[in-house]
Ligand binder design. Structure first.
Ligand code: GDG
Length: 492
């Protein structure tokens, strides 16, 4: 491909797949994760371009390539960082789309910055995409880009995928700019969500608010057809399998158990430190289980990894303070010198270490109040090749739509949370193994590469008709890894 004629495939995401690291000589380091691997591989095979913000407001030098793919930076000023990123993206849309578990703030000057930055992304995509190219736009920070881009470049094929939940109509209606956001998304040819329920929420609110015609799967907007579907994201299963069978990782997992004092049971939580993840509530439930005698100091140990996130945001800072206070209270009441009951780490770690932790954990606690998918749940399952391990999973994580064999829980219900953890701890081995086998079959049915291929295949229009796929599939996952058949709990 000759970049002067434009790229055949452009991924547009708020962040580039690299980040600036001041403590490193290399400066630009890869941002790890299955999504980055999947999109990188797709872009490599199409010689495509990744367009995004490098994560710093005034980079001295900009990254131009990563793993053989071209990168194009979109700049964001400090003022825009505050209004577009911290403000509208993370303090308006993020809480609103996560069931408003914190009150969303609505400010016109934040919205203005959101429009300006989305325009900049759309113009950059329009500049770099070749004739008739495919542009895949990602996530809630860029919901206006599809329509803006279509106006600039009607020849493009545009896909949009939302990584977080799409809220119920009642909540979405709160948004003062709700029509603009909907119109922005309807600029795409295919709008993808993590769950059928989210897809249905979107189609219904589009019909109600904009009077758009169509079904939950197909909408008709100004003479165009917009397809809507669920494409539940997955993980890099092969990478995890490699690590699970790596002797060094296995040895490390045993070492971790020894370092924890060789307890009988290790319970693990791994989350970005975010109020949506329900970490605080989980620690409260665990503290009560120690008090009730279900958990015993010395016998049962908790490891909570809270990955630093959005640290410049005062809400996140407060969340961290509360959490750390709770952790210290549980340890104060139940721990011994050199033997805390909660091992709390507020840090990033290499993925190998994370896999060693997954291998070391008997019970995995994934209890967000709301989550688009939650990849940690799938990663844990992918690690348990010997069918050991028990997964406690929130009903409000997108992953619960697929992982029905987990110990499902409503994290708002503290007693229910305690009961589910107790059930996970006490269920007999045979039925726990049966559950894990079912979970593993589900996770193995599609990896993140099939997810990306599935979305792009449908965007290219080469796949079966979406409705046909829906009508013809009984289990949760369709061919090409998506779309997904409507499941229990989704509205009729
Ligand atoms: C959004 C949506 C949706 C965590 N700590 C470390 C580390 N991780 C990796 C995990 C996992 C990923 O980060 C976290 O993924 P989640 O899905 O849990 O969460 P979000 O960051 O909230 O992501 C979410 C996702 O987008 C994808 O669509 O599932 O619902 O909110 O892969 O392994 N990786 C490394 N070190 C760590 O310390 N290397």
């Amino acid at each position: 491909m000759d970049p002067r004629n434009g790229y055949r495939l452009v991924v547009v995401a708020n962040r580039l797949p690299v980040h600036y690291d001041q403590s490193s000589d290399e400066r630009w380091l890869p941002s790890p994760g299955g999504l980055v691997s999947a999109l990188t591989r797709v872009l490599q095979s199409h010689e495509g371009l990744w367009l995004g913000w490098p994560g710093v407001t005034h980079p001295h030098e900009k990254p131009t390539s990563y793993e053989g793919i071209d990168l194009q930076s979109v700049d964001i000023s400090q003022d825009e960082y505050e209004r577009f990123y911290l403000g509208f993206s993370n303090a308006t849309l993020w809480p609103l789309y996560h069931d408003a578990i914190r009150s969303p703030n609505f400010h016109r000057h934040w919205w203005e910055a959101y429009v300006t930055v989305n325009e900049r992304f759309a113009r950059a995509a329009a500049r770099h995409a070749g004739p008739g190219a495919t542009v895949w736009v990602h996530d809630y920070q860029l919901q206006l880009v599809p329509q803006m881009l279509r106006e600039l470049r009607p020849d493009l094929r545009i896909g949009f995928f939302l990584h977080i939940p799409f809220p119920s109509i009642e909540l979405f209606m709160q948004l003062p700019w709700r029509r603009r956001i909907l119109a922005g998304l309807l600029g795409a040819d295919l709008v993808g969500f993590q769950e059928p329920h989210a897809a249905a929420n979107f189609s219904r609110v589009a019909r109600r608010l904009l009077g758009v015609a169509g079904t939950d799967a197909r909408l008709h907007q100004m003479g165009r057809e917009v397809r809507v579907g669920a494409y539940p994201i997955s993980i890099d299963i092969a990478q995890i399998s490699r690590l699970v069978h790596d002797p060094a990782v296995r040895a490390r997992s045993q070492e971790i158990r020894a370092e924890l004092g060789s307890p009988e049971v290790v319970l693990l939580g791994v989350d970005r430190l975010d109020y949506t993840k329900g970490i605080q509530q989980r620690i409260t439930a665990l503290a009560e289980l120690y008090r009730d005698g279900v958990l015993q100091a010395g016998r049962d140990v908790i490891v909570q990894i809270a990955v630093p996130s959005r640290e410049s945001d005062p809400h996140y800072e407060r969340e961290r303070r509360h959490l750390e206070q709770s952790v210290s209270e549980v340890n104060g009441e139940n721990g011994q010198v050199g033997r805390p009951v909660v091992h709390y780490l507020h840090q990033n770690m290499p993925f190998e270490e994370l896999v060693a932790l997954y291998l070391a954990a008997d019970v995995m606690l994934v209890t967000p109040f709301r989550d688009g998918m939650n990849l940690v749940a799938k990663e844990y399952v992918a690690c348990r090749a010997d069918l050991t391990g028990r997964l406690v999973l929130s009903e409000f994580a997108g992953a619960a739509t697929e992982l029905r064999a987990a110990f499902l829980v409503n994290p708002h219900d503290l007693d229910g949370l305690k009961e589910s953890i107790t059930q996970a701890l006490t269920t007999d081995e045979k039925s726990a193994r049966r559950r894990m086998a079912r979970l593993r079959r589900q996770v193995a049915s599609r990896d993140v590469f099939q997810w990306a291929d599935g979305f792009l295949t449908d965007l290219a229009g080469r796949s079966q008709d979406l409705d046909e796929v829906r009508d013809g599939v009984d289990d949760e996952i369709g061919p090409h890894g998506g779309p997904v058949h409507l499941v229990e709990g989704a509205d009729a």
